[in-house]
Design a protein around this ligand. Sequence first.
Ligand code: ADP
Ligand code: ZN
Length: 766
Amino acid sequence: MSQLSLLETQPVAPSAPPLDRLLSVVVPPLEGEFLYSFDPAVHGELLAGRIVSVQFGRRSVPAFVVSAGSEREAAAVRDMEQRAVRVKPILSEAPIPAFRPEHLEFYQWIARYYAEPLSKILDLAIPAPAPSKPEPFLRRGAAALEGRLGPAQRSILERLELAGGWLSLSDLRRAGPAAAATVRGLVERGLIEQELRAEQSPNASATPELLSLKDSLTAEQAGAVSAIASHIESPSFASFLLHGVTGSGKTEVYLELIVEALKRGRSALVVVPEIALTPQLIDRFEKRLKHRVALLHSSLSGKERWDSWKGLLSGSLRVAVGARSAIFAPMKDLGVVIIDEEHDASFKQNEGIRYHARDLALVRAKLCACPIVLGSATPSLETFHNAKTGKHSYLELTHRFFSSPPLKYEMIDLNRVKPWEMPSKGVSPQLLTGLLDTLKAGEQAFVLYNRRGFASYLQCSGCEHVVGCPHCSVTLTYHRNNNSLLCHFCGHSSPPPVVCAGCGAREPIPEPDKPEKEPLFTQRGAGTERVAEELAALIPDARIAKLDRDSAKSIEDYVEILRRVREREVDILVGTQMIAKGHDLPDVTFVGIVDCDVGLHMPDFRASERSFQLLTQVAGRAGRRDKRGKVVLQTRVPSHASLKCTASSDYLAFAAGELQLRQALEYPPFQRLLRIIIAAEDKTVAQQWARHVSEITQAACEGRGVSVLGPAPAPLEKIRSHWRYHILCKAPSASLLQSIMQRIKSALPEQKKARLLFDLDPQDML
Ligand code: ADP
Ligand code: ZN
């Protein structure tokens, strides 16, 4: 039952307001619901899903209406009369619609699952309302085309003609650059019209002519579409794993399903890894669907996000494409949910409320009685296991769409290559030959090194001391472009030291006329930056670009780098895992992996799975058209299952072996996990508190078939000056773990000096 309460106690009013004037709200970040009254003459009918402001103590705060005029309010008002408290009216005059009442159940489910207050879930899910300021809208003007047009002008006109109606300036920019001066020039010549408006235009035509490419689908694609679409036709829940090798045309299947949903006047929700949200993807969607797509991701401005949200809420926009948080989108008549690259780690939020968008998507589809598709070339073992045990239907796309010949893999055992045989520190003769052959054939290559920077770390040649972050228990990464050491966890940055903290030795000072001395600190390991430099030295005439979080700080940088690759301004793209995601480039025929072992030795039970996924995904960038793709894998552990199964393109063998290990060790998908993290600035406090939490956890788990591991120092023992310990609970069901979370929460006294975090279904074990 809901707990209703009031902050202030006041004498009872002569009579409480009638029931149809009462509503319950939640106030972030508080637990529980609060009762207020409203005036139907001013506010109209008030339903769940509105944002109102209420007086709370002395302040006015925003609150979410969760019910009105129901038995809940009746019970609450009786209770308040008994306690002689008065109900206050809400403050706002115009409540703002924020979510659809039928979605409350979904948000409540999340609150229960992660044991967090509903108010916090709503606060996380719903973007802050942004006032609608008028902005310029454009459309093709009446003036006839005379005189010359520059390429930028032509591109803008084309985009407006394609839209067939008014387009906001920000929408226009979404599809490509549209400089203010270019637009102004076109307006002056009467080629486009401009108007200021406050509202986003809905789709140009109410019933867009939908472009179905059903006839061009392969038999496998068509089979998948018809299996899933039958649940759009007669709306019902069904979950599917769409296991399709890279380039098999999963996106085409999604598009066809969205068309099916739109045809029936329903909506479609597509969640993709953040990094896949390129203008190309949106463009591909909008061109095929002839429908404006609502974008939802973290680099939108507040106004853009709120506009997307409003459009979806009212139903004027029916397709949402977004990253993790798009799972909360206020879809009207949801017809299908699609999770692309469902194995991707970015679907799990790793701070605050640690939700998993893929898991929530399943709940969402169930509550909305619609089908859900989990697509991947390398499904997570959880999803694969669920498909094998019949929880999801299993659909396969076994061939690439373009009848590309199978990839050719070559594994290089670095243990067998003598150092003097290596053309450079990180590049083997075979990798170099592969690159040279590719360039000679006029094709492009990708080179993966999943670590940023120049050298992984600096090490003292005297005492072997490694320079670490003062705030985190990780080594600092050396970045040569600005000669600095950077912590990839907390962002701490400092110049390289001159004195070793381990042995006190000093970096030699260069003296004129004397031979240069060996530096004290040597660079160990490698990063994208050094690999790019080595390649530049080995192949001086190659045009090399770099894609990682240093070179692509914003989504614009990222898009620009990819544009240069697509337009053949780049021969070799060197990058981190960012190069492995979704890119469909016809001329890439070679992929080199400098060090397959980077992620393999992480202290995380998913290390093998992640490596297999990354290697298979990056390999899948090669040979996507008619030419055969080649992949060179450099490693020191050539017999590791992740590598062997990548090279034999054998997902099933990898999954079978790995699932066996998981079962033996009682890890997911066979058991559910709860990770409890205790962090404090003071190490002793953290340690003591961890022991205390562990005792409570042990007691809560006693006799319930739950095993408790720890407390142990977390693999990343210190982050941002906080010492971290963790405890791991393994249980056969999530509900058991939820009740344990609740028990721990209620048994623990307030502790100001230490933080306690719960991570249910953790993805990150560091
Ligand atoms: P995936 O998402 O499985 O990696 P994509 O959907 O990107 O694969 O498809 C790979 C390529 O094949 C793309 O260039 C896509 O346009 C093309 N393609 C796939 N299916 C079809 C189809 N039925 N008709 C035309 N082109 C297709
Ligand atoms: Zn740090």
